[in-house]
Design a binder for this molecule. Structure first.
Ligand SMILES: *Cc1c(COP(=O)(O)O)cnc(C)c1O
Length: 230
């Protein structure tokens, strides 16, 4: 097995263990392999090892990989902040966008989604910590944004996404994920039917699974450290 295949195998076991430990149904946590800053060849290796969904944060980088790979059954997720001038490419080329935090962006994605494709799956990114520099909508504004996004035809609101700041231990990591889950429950109690909590990365995956993550976004544990951070 290649390093990537081996890492994927170990990670799938880690996810299964967390599902068991926290009373989650087996297979209820979907793995999104975050391939940003890694070459198309790495995506190809993971894909050959059975991985179907890949996450990218930069549109140009993602488009280059899509062209290099042309594997028709890869499911591409855009997980970075979404700029207005990138919405067309995202609407045309991706299956999911996790970082929606403004109605204007959601509208553009909806309007620009090609008619032949099913609606773009989107998550609203929530800024749980109130850090001014982070992307994401504040918790108090989630309900209004969710209602506005749900009314659009070219996108399908699936749920919420967050990137909490690093925390020391499992209990501290769980707190923001719990708030995200409660925000999702509140929206569903309000009449929406959302099924997705996109939360958890390499270092806080167990905490996210404990609190109900349905998609974990994992890069380092599969592909190793990224250049920018190595
Ligand atoms: C880079 C990134 C990840 C993956 O982080 P790792 O710590 O490498 O697992 C997940 N989500 C988002 C939004 C990212 O930008």
């Amino acid at each position: 097995m290649s390093d990537i295949a081996q890492a994927l195998h170990a990670l799938r076991e880690r996810i299964a263990r967390a599902e068991g430990r926290f009373g989650r149904a087996p297979g209820s946590v979907k793995l999104l392999a975050v391939s940003k800053a890694h070459p198309a060849a790495a995506v190809d290796e993971a894909h050959r090892a059975g991985q179907k969904a890949f996450g990218e944060s930069y549109v140009q980088e993602a488009l280059a990989k899509m062209q290099a790979l042309s594997a028709p059954n890869i499911e591409w997720h855009f997980i970075g902040p979404i700029q207005s001038n990138k919405t067309r490419a995202i609407a045309q080329r991706f299956a999911w966008a996790h970082g929606v935090d403004r109605v204007k962006i959601a509208r553009r994605l909806s309007d620009q989604r090609p008619h032949g494709l099913s609606p773009l799956n989107v998550c609203i990114q929530v800024n749980l910590s109130g850090e001014a520099t982070k992307s994401g909508v504040g918790p108090e504004a989630v309900a209004d944004l969710a209602r506005a996004v749900s009314a659009l035809r070219g996108v399908r609101l699936r749920g919420l996404m967050a990137i909490p700041p690093p925390a020391a231990d499992l209990e501290a990591q769980r707190a923001p994920f719990r708030r995200l889950r409660e925000a999702l429950e509140a929206l569903n109690a309000d009449g929406l039917s959302l099924d997705t909590l996109s939360m958890g990365m390499t270092n806080d995956m167990e905490a996210a699974i404990a609190e109900g993550a349905t998609i974990v976004r994992i890069g380092t544990a599969i592909f190793g450290p990224r250049e920018e951070e190595a």
